[in-house]
Design a protein. Structure first.
Length: 128
């Protein structure tokens, strides 16, 4: 297994965890202090539940791009993933910055390191 494949597996695993977290928020889990800067402790209001679903879709798209670029699946889309992977890298750089400067200590402690690993993994896949 090469480094790109390993990075893609790690990216997929961590992204799956984040997708499940977003799904839980969308379904009403009282974990608002762990996301969005902790501005909405407890259950998300309806508009943020919809935002959590949108974030899930974006994360699933990013996972598909990484998997395709690493050659693990959907290799017929390799020509698209060659460019789309850089969108993923930039998106996760922004996410890492925001998760590491958030006023929510819980969010910083949990998602800060996760997003840094996601940046590294997407970058490894992008460079391959």
């Amino acid at each position: 297994m090469n480094s790109s494949m390993l990075a893609a597996y790690i990216f997929t695993l961590l992204t799956s965890v984040v997708v499940l977290f977003q799904l839980a928020l969308a379904l009403g889990a009282p974990w608002g202090e762990w996301a969005m800067g902790g501005k909405f402790p407890g259950k998300y209001p309806p508009q943020l539940r919809i935002a959590a679903l949108v974030q899930m879709g974006l994360l699933i798209f990013c996972g598909a791009v990484v998997i395709s670029r690493a050659g693990l699946a959907w290799v017929e889309y390799a020509h698209v993933s060659r460019y789309a992977i850089w969108f993923v890298v930039v998106l996760f750089i922004i996410s890492a910055i925001l998760n590491n400067i958030t006023p929510s200590k819980k969010e910083r402690m949990l998602w800060g390191p996760v997003t840094i690993v996601l940046v590294i993994c997407s970058f490894v896949v992008a460079l391959d």
